[in-house]
Design a protein around this ligand. Sequence first.
Ligand code: FE
Length: 140
Amino acid sequence: MYKFRKSEDRYFVSICNHCEIAEALTEFCRTEGIMAGEIYGLGAVNDVVLRFLNPAIKKYVDMEFKEQMEMTNLTGNISSKDGDVYLHLHATFGRADCSAIGGHLFTAHVSGACELVVIPSSAQLDRKFSEETGLNMYDF
Ligand code: FE
């Protein structure tokens, strides 16, 4: 599902071809015991589900894109909710005509390579559902 190399304060992670990025990252964090931190990276994908939060109804609207795209950036953070790893991922994808789409990343399947950096933190970053926003917010 993934391969990685650890060096200094960070992990260099390669998500395997055809694997789903959010699932592989969650598994990686669970296995390495990473419950807080940051993520960035790039790659190529061919099946993406982006979500957009509609604040009026406090619900996510999902959109699927089945096409080859460059993942021009993935930015995310790692926290915890109910004792499990919780990832918050946003991403931008470049289409064949070099136009871009982006949003809250729900799922993305690698088509080629996916090269990420994960920087763990010892911070306590629990989340709790907020009725006000409809989001799982940091419980600070
Ligand atoms: Fe988000």
